[in-house]
Design a binder for this molecule. Structure first.
Ligand code: NPQ
Ligand code: MG
Length: 367
């Protein structure tokens, strides 16, 4: 394909409720969208970087600059396909979320031109995805129980509690006590613990959790291996899995028996599919993570989550979990399920009026 121009669109979206994790409280998303224009079709993608570099080193303004100043100049001018994006960008170190956004927008344009859905392209075998919800750290246990009860009433098939030192065993015990042993429950620490917290966290073993996600720092894969050998509860990695190679190494070391896949974190949907394949070959189930995406990112994640080794409930929730007004037609959870989009490419586009209202900055880059 020949790319005529790329538009970087910045959108500010308030969250329906503040989302607190071990790395901070988010009240809004500062979103970077890319729109790739080709003679045949346009392609859309959402960058999952947060406003501040607190979940990962990437952040929205940095991703914006690296896309416009470093990535697009290496890409534009010649013939571009989704498969040619990462090789063209290999001279830039890191910045996986920024690179993923460029690759995804190109892939969306390519698939729209071909009339093929992303789900079909990736090899999805499912038309619906089991929807789970990630529940932030609350100020009190009663408030947490209200929130969890609301999500269970809304049909969510799995609850994930965010934890940190001081907010771990008590909230898990309270949710089990109130809602019973049958609900699918897991926790996510976002790297907030140290090896010295071993005894504290192993106390979670008695609650029958589906998994404990990323208790230790990103670099401490060996620590996760020590804990995985000692815990009954499966250890799942998120932040540590930055590529298919990292996934293979972590599995070989025994650091995890489950993997959370986020395309942004691993540098795109093509690499995410490789992570899926590596895990599948090793007998390690995977599930689709979430980064508070708008409908643009959510649609693409649903396509990926249709692949066969995504056997655990996802962190892909309904639009209304995060946004009063999504950028696309809203995704709605019905009976705990979300549909895999079937239209060409990611299957959705921003609603023009909504985008016009919420966009705060636009920059166009041409070859
Ligand atoms: C996780 N997601 O699995 C992430 C963490 C997360 C749904 O729990 C801005 C940027 C806000 C990145 C909120 C969920 C974020 C973010 C949460 C990442 O670890
Ligand atoms: Mg996580």
């Amino acid at each position: 394909m020949k790319i005529e121009s790329v538009e970087l669109v910045r959108v500010e979206l308030p969250l329906v409720t503040p989302f607190r994790t071990s790395f901070g409280t988010q009240t809004r998303r500062d979103v970077l969208l890319l729109r790739v224009l080709t003679p045949e079709a346009e392609g859309w993608a959402e960058c999952v970087a947060g406003k501040h570099p607190v979940y990962s080193s990437e952040y929205t303004e940095g991703a914006h600059r690296v896309v416009a100043d470093e990535l697009l100049p290496r890409l534009l001018g010649g013939d571009v396909t989704a498969a040619s994006v990462m090789p063209a960008l290999s001279g830039v170190q890191g910045h996986r979320m920024a690179k993923a956004t460029v690759e995804t927008a190109v892939l969306d344009a390519q698939l729209r031109a071909a009339g093929m859905s992303l789900a079909h392209y990736l090899g999805a075998t499912r038309s619906e995805i089991v929807s789970g919800v990630s529940v932030g750290i609350h100020d009190s246990i009663p408030e947490l129980l209200d929130t969890v009860g609301g999500y269970l009433d809304a049909g969510y098939a799995r609850i994930k509690l965010k934890i940190e030192p001081g907010w771990d065993v008590a909230p898990v015990a309270a949710v089990r006590e109130r809602f019973g042993d049958h609900i699918a429950l897991q926790v996510d620490a976002n790297c907030a613990y140290a090896r010295a917290d071993f005894r504290r966290l192993r106390a979670l073993d008695e609650f029958g959790l589906l998994l404990i996600e990323q208790p230790l720092p990103e670099e401490d894969v060996a620590g996760h291996a020590l804990w995985a050998a000692a815990f009954d509860t499966p250890i799942c990695l998120d932040e540590s899995v930055v590529s298919a190679q990292a996934a293979a190494e972590a599995i070989r070391l025994g650091a995890c028996s489950v993997v959370n896949i986020k395309p942004g974190r691993v540098g795109g949907y093509l690499e995410a599919r490789r992570v899926h394949d590596v895990c599948q070959a090793a007998g390690v189930p995977v599930w689709a993570g979430g980064m508070l995406e708008t409908g643009i990112g959510r649609a693409a994640n649903l396509a990926l989550a249709g692949l066969p080794n995504f056997t655990l409930p996802s962190d892909i929730s309904g639009s209304d979990r995060y946004y009063q007004q999504d950028l696309t037609e809203p995704f709605t959870v019905v009976d705990g399920l979300l549909p895999v989009p079937t239209g060409p490419g990611i299957g959705v586009t921003p609603i023009p009026d909504v985008l016009a209202e919420l966009a705060v900055r636009r920059e166009v880059v041409k070859p």
